[in-house]
Design a protein around this ligand. Structure first.
Ligand code: ATP
Ligand code: LTN
Length: 330
């Protein structure tokens, strides 16, 4: 059975890009494959230094993952810091990737530039090595992520192949899977930038837990393009194309098919807002009731961590053995 793994950082509230680009795929994939999904709290430390925040975000995100439809009986949902093998393999990954390769990562360059005078941690730089550990620990075949993660999956494949060449067959070389529509949702106010938890303003970001009235307002105010024709063309009509892609992802059609039904921007904005509200309504209801029972959420995460550790510890032991580290008992 195909093994699938993907992760999300507890860096703030989940938005429509996370949902359409990644989470929705996790849910649809869980019944056909052996699915592992991590809340990568240690990754969030690359950009967080306030006490307590990551833990609260982690619990909130766990409720979101179950609310969107991940079934704890079916998928393994765990918190990265509950599985110490991630940081252990992370170090080995750092020794398998080069400084030059890490320097070419656009996510690092973008995030470091955005933080300007702020503290840029070494962890922000070595982040892809920890991400490679997340993936390779589980012998994952497929990694369902949004388009923004392409470079990180490529570097993971390079690391796996290099390690296997140096030390013998150890890791499965994973491949990236993206959804047909919604792989890249852009900011409604700045449609050439991806919708992102860590971008500036809130007006262009649709959060999964926004009220319906707020969602409608955000779509009505979405930036469109200077002419008034509705057609799908990411390069020349980024605003309209983003709306078409969101509506397509919500209704199971292609953006081109959706475009054929509109002559004006107004109705397109309105229908996209309404489609999003309907997709999110049941998720919001489940999320509210899940958060009322923190003890139950923590029990589910404990079970996830136990299941994850069984796989992770055996892969780490295989890596140590193939490298030839001295065992405790010689
Ligand atoms: P940050 O902005 O803090 O980097 P993020 O919003 O990109 O966070 P992540 O936790 O890094 O969220 O990503 C979780 C998943 O959501 C990843 O698989 C990522 O590819 C996907 N994703 C994030 N933003 C988008 C987007 N705008 N469109 C489609 N998929 C996205
Ligand atoms: N880097 C990813 C989050 C992430 C991830 C992973 C995704 C960390 N580890 C393993 C897939 C598999 C991001 O910023 N979206």
């Amino acid at each position: 059975m195909t093994r699938v793994l993907s992760c999300i950082q507890p860096t703030g509230p989940v938005h429509l890009g996370n949902y359409l680009g990644a989470l929705r795929n996790w849910v649809s994939g869980q019944h056909e494959c052996d699915a592992f999904h991590g809340i990568v709290d240690l990754h969030a430390l690359t950009v967080t230094d306030r006490p307590g925040v990551v833990g609260e975000n982690t619990l909130e995100l766990a409720a979101t993952l179950f609310a969107v439809g991940l079934d704890p009986e079916v998928a393994t949902v765990f918190v990265q810091s509950h599985v110490p093998e991630h940081t252990q393999l992370g170090w080995i990954m750092e020794c398998t990737v080069s400084y030059g390769e890490l320097s070419r990562m656009t996510q690092f360059k973008d995030k470091a530039a955005k933080r300007e005078a702020d503290f840029v941690s070494a962890g922000l730089f070595t982040y892809p090595a920890l991400q490679a550990a997340d993936i390779l620990l589980y012998d994952a075949d497929d990694v369902p992520v949004g388009e923004d993660q392409r470079q990180h999956i490529e570097i993971t494949r390079d690391i796996a192949e290099r390690f296997n060449t140096r030390f013998g067959a150890t890791f499965v070389v994973p491949k990236m899977v993206t959804p047909k529509a919604g792989a890249k949702v852009t900011d409604l106010q700045d449609p050439t930038s991806k919708m992102s938890k860590s971008s500036g303003g809130d007006a262009g970001i649709v959060y999964l837990h926004d009220d319906p009235s707020v969602i409608m307002k955000k779509f009505k105010r979405a930036v469109t393009d200077s002419d008034s024709e509705v057609h799908f063309d990411r390069a020349h009509k980024p605003g309209v194309s983003n709306l078409l892609e969101i509506l397509a992802a919500c209704t199971g059609r292609s953006p081109e098919e959706v475009a054929a039904g509109y002559q004006q921007y107004g109705p397109l904005k309105n229908d996209t807002g309404e489609a999003v509200v309907e997709v999110l309504r049941p998720i919001q209801e489940r999320h509210r009731s899940l958060l009322e029972d923190r003890a139950e959420l923590s029990r589910l995460l404990r079970r996830g961590a136990e299941k994850a550790r069984v796989v992770a510890s055996s892969t780490l032991a295989r890596a140590y053995r193939n490298i030839g580290l001295l065992p405790l008992d010689v």
